[in-house]
Design a protein around this ligand. Structure first.
Ligand SMILES: Nc1ncnc2c1ncn2[C@@H]1O[C@H](COP(=O)(O)OP(=O)(O)OP(=O)(O)O)[C@@H](O)[C@H]1O
Length: 262
């Protein structure tokens, strides 16, 4: 049965006197896979930080997994149930740590192994999750020695290790070469297609990075939602042209999208 995992009503975020998001009304259900698009500075990462319970709104209400997020205590309780992969978070991962430990520490919500005793069941799950993201063969390697593409897949494996109810991905394919991008997009598409996967929200700059099977899209412009809804309807040539201020043609084939200037 589908249920709402993210609900934002009349949400605004202000920082240093600037309004970064305003009038945001948005709902994500557990069987939906969303992509967030918009020009640089539109507020995409800020929207994801709200959904990750990393920040609280300046106005309006944010409800995550049926809990209102009004203060730091609410947010701290919610965070273990939300998977979040972003390059800002990955910079905090210890580069000398083994891939297996990077994944295992996620089970305890920490970024470095100290003296924890892990259960066999955690290790088995870690290997299963690594295999799911096609990095199990790298389990004993140091995280910092991996290629960008391998590191991105380990970050996502880490963010799903604790079996989250909501998975948030901030530009997971940024800086990847074509082969690594396509490998990641294929794996994300497979993950998105599974009914047992959580709700997913992915921020990206490029429609080519949207995996097949994503169901919804939201376009942010100047901190406001310019369009949102079913992906095919929202990612229209006219919506993207007006969001990015350039005349583009958007095409889709086999569930994937391309965009190019007219
Ligand atoms: N702590 C802060 N204080 C003041 N302004 C901030 C702060 N954090 C972000 N901003 C501003 O808020 C706006 C939205 O930032 P955000 O990172 O959410 O946008 P974005 O759409 O993810 O951008 P990009 O595509 O460039 O990553 C930007 O203009 C940014 O400079």
């Amino acid at each position: 049965m589908s249920s709402t995992v993210v609900s934002m009503k009349g949400v605004a975020v202000e920082r240093s006197g600037n309004t970064i998001l305003s009038e945001v009304d948005w709902r994500v259900k557990n069987d939906q896979r969303w992509v967030v698009l918009g020009p640089n500075g539109a507020g995409k990462t800020t929207l994801l930080q709200l959904a990750a319970a990393q920040i609280t709104p300046s106005a309006g209400t944010v409800t995550l997994l049926d809990e209102d997020v009004t203060n730091e205590t609410d947010a701290a309780e919610l965070r273990p149930h939300i998977g979040f992969a972003s390059s800002a978070l990955s910079r905090r991962l210890p580069y000398g740590e083994s891939v297996l430990d990077i994944i295992l520490t996620a089970a305890y919500g920490i970024t470095a192994r100290w003296k924890e005793e892990y259960e066999d069941i955690d290790e088995r799950r870690a290997h299963r999750v690594l295999a799911e993201w096609n990095v199990d063969h790298l389990a004993e390697r140091r995280f910092g020695e991996l290629s960008d593409g391998e590191q991105k897949r380990v970050q996502i494996a880490r963010s799903v290790m604790a079996d989250p109810e909501l998975l948030l991905l901030d530009e997971p394919a940024a800086s990847l070469d074509l082969g690594a991008r396509e490998e990641l997009v294929r794996l994300l598409g497979g993950y998105a297609a599974s009914p047992s996967s959580p709700a997913i929200v992915m921020v990206t700059h490029h429609v080519e990075e949207i995996p097949a099977g994503f169901t919804h899209a939201v376009l942010l412009v100047g901190g406001k939602i310019a369009a949102s809804g079913r992906i095919d309807e929202t990612l229209s040539s006219s919506n993207l042209s007006s969001a990015f201020g350039v005349d583009v043609v958007v095409e889709s084939s086999g569930g994937r999208f391309t965009a190019r200037a007219k």
